[in-house]
Design a protein around this ligand. Structure first.
Ligand SMILES: Nc1ncnc2c1ncn2[C@@H]1O[C@H](COP(=O)(O)OP(=O)(O)OP(=O)(O)O)[C@@H](O)[C@H]1O
Ligand SMILES: [Mg+2]
Length: 393
């Protein structure tokens, strides 16, 4: 059979794995790439390539070898100049090479959102030295959040309470950054009521939204997410308007995870991923078409039906706490036993070959018919707590 389309997936983590499953269901051939063999998405793909996606020559070689119809980035850390180059040569980069380039760096996407599009963000400045950071801190005030412009999952990010903490924040950012550009963003700490991810699909017929997802972060990484996040109509409208502006400016088709902080009816744009979002794993249970299904449909130019999440749903992560190669994930039968007839429980075990402290190894999912998101959160947290990592040796 000739596949529906040939996809080269750049990054093969748990989000890539679910995307591969969605694309395979629609008849695609998927080549999964990552820097190590046996990565989660490789286990369910047609073929694999092992190389660092920051290695431009290796990336170009993989694209030339496989001649994909769609190049789908799953991670930020990619030599994005190559994506721009191959896009100019006629390859299709999802959602666009420009989106991959602008979102890889916090300063690039912040400049677009705040300066070009006029979206409300926290007050921010950039700094390229200790002295510049101290001067920026004096102007913005405290608490101050300091992040390397190139980093993700909270790496190198810290909140500074007063001027004495600035040096340590600089050192922490320098140690946690990716790439070779020592530059940080310093932004005012927002004392938000809650934060959301607004999954936004840009597709052939326009822009669609998933119901907003609430989440709780620890150490810059998500622990729990739930859907729908309770929001005023005015706040939701404002988030949807901002998301539309930013995805239209980035262009292309696919799903975007647009992150906002919300305080009352005031909505503050934070950042976005031009791809499925980790907090969006809740859609694996909440929606008929998950964020991965929606991404695949949008990329393939297929219709996007009305998106609904009928029951309150939640996800809770399973984290490792040490380095290990010999381990098993236990407790699945217990975790998947629903606490009552209204609650459905599910899980994803990612199949990562090794553990590391704080590495996400799986996620528990729950939805409660006729219940609240608090009920769903309690069920997801309790299911995740029944999962365990049995380390051997
Ligand atoms: N200015 C701020 N005020 C208050 N909290 C913040 C601020 N910036 C970041 N945070 C908190 O830190 C979390 C991670 O920040 P951000 O999304 O900018 O970093 P990240 O490394 O890209 O994280 P991820 O990759 O998990 O999305 C946010 O979801 C929020 O909880
Ligand atoms: Mg974030």
């Amino acid at each position: 059979m000739t596949p529906t389309a040939k996809i080269l997936l750049l990054g093969s983590g748990e989000l890539g794995r679910e995307f591969v499953i969605s694309a395979k269901r629609l008849g695609c051939h998927v080549v999964a790439c990552d820097s190590y063999d046996g990565a989660p998405a490789m286990q369910v793909a047609d073929a694999r390539e092992v190389f660092s996606m920051l290695d431009g020559d290796a990336l170009r070689a993989a694209i030339e070898k496989h001649q994909p119809d769609h190049i789908v980035p799953e991670v930020e850390a990619i030599r994005t100049e190559i994506l721009a180059e191959v896009e100019a040569g006629g390859f299709h980069v999802v959602p666009s090479a420009r989106a991959a380039q602008l979102t890889m760096n916090r300063d690039a996407i912040r400049d677009l959102a705040a300066s070009e599009l006029g979206l409300k963000t926290s007050t921010f400045e950039y700094a390229t030295s200790r002295e510049e950071l101290a001067a920026a801190a004096a102007r913005i005030g405290f608490p101050l959040v300091v992040k390397p412009v190139m980093s993700s999952s909270g790496k190198g990010q810290s909140t500074v309470g007063d001027a004495d903490g600035v040096d340590a924040a600089w050192d922490y950012a320098a140690a946690g950054m990716r790439g070779d550009r020592l530059r940080v963003i310093a932004e005012a700490f927002i004392d938000f009521d809650y934060e959301i991810t607004l999954l936004t699909v840009r597709h052939k017929d326009g822009v669609s939204f998933c119901p907003p997802i609430g989440h709780r972060q620890e150490r810059g990484d998500y622990r729990e997410s739930w859907q729908p996040a309770a929001m005023s109509g005015a706040a939701l409208q404002s988030a949807q308007d901002m998301a539309t502006k930013v995805v239209d400016a980035l262009g292309g088709h696919g799903i975007f995870g647009v992150e906002f902080f919300v305080k009352g009816d005031e909505v503050i744009f934070s950042e976005l991923s031009p791809r499925p979002h980790d907090t969006g794993m809740v859609t694996l249970i909440s929606q008929e078409l998950s964020e991965f299904d929606l991404h695949a449909r949008a990329i393939l130019g297929l219709p996007i039906p009305a998106i609904v999440a009928p029951d309150a749903s939640a996800s809770a992560v399973l984290l490792a706490d040490r380095d290990a190669e010999d381990f098993a994930i236990t407790g699945l039968a217990d975790a998947l036993t629903p606490p009552n007839a209204q609650t459905a429980v599910d899980a994803r075990i990612f199949g990562k070959p090794v553990t590391r402290p704080y590495r996400r190894m799986g996620v528990a999912l729950a939805k409660v018919a006729g219940g609240t998101t608090d009920d769903a959160r309690a069920a997801a947290v309790s299911a995740a707590a029944r999962l365990a990592i049995a380390y051997r040796g």
